[in-house]
Design a binder for this molecule. Sequence first.
Ligand SMILES: [Zn+2]
Length: 103
Amino acid sequence: MEQEQESQPVTAAAVRKRMPRTSEQRWDRLKWEFLRAVSAEYPNPARKDCPGTEALRDLAEHMVLREDLRGDPRWKHAIQCGPCFEEYITLRDIRVAGPHLAH
Ligand SMILES: [Zn+2]
């Protein structure tokens, strides 16, 4: 007897299946799952080798390109450092919500 599994684990394939339409929405959903994974794997409580807020802000102000994820040392760090990735997400959200802040 065949049966569809309702509760599948979160995998890249599973996430891709329920992707929203725009890349912004897609990113919005992915980032939290990614943050959770990065934080669990690389808690980095001592903030070792962190590039600093300015570097992360610079990343947050630009579109993420696939080449950058591999080639940019700041990205290489940010995706292997929970605190940096969280900071990056926060900075990016501030930038996206910019008009609200420029009250
Ligand atoms: Zn870091």
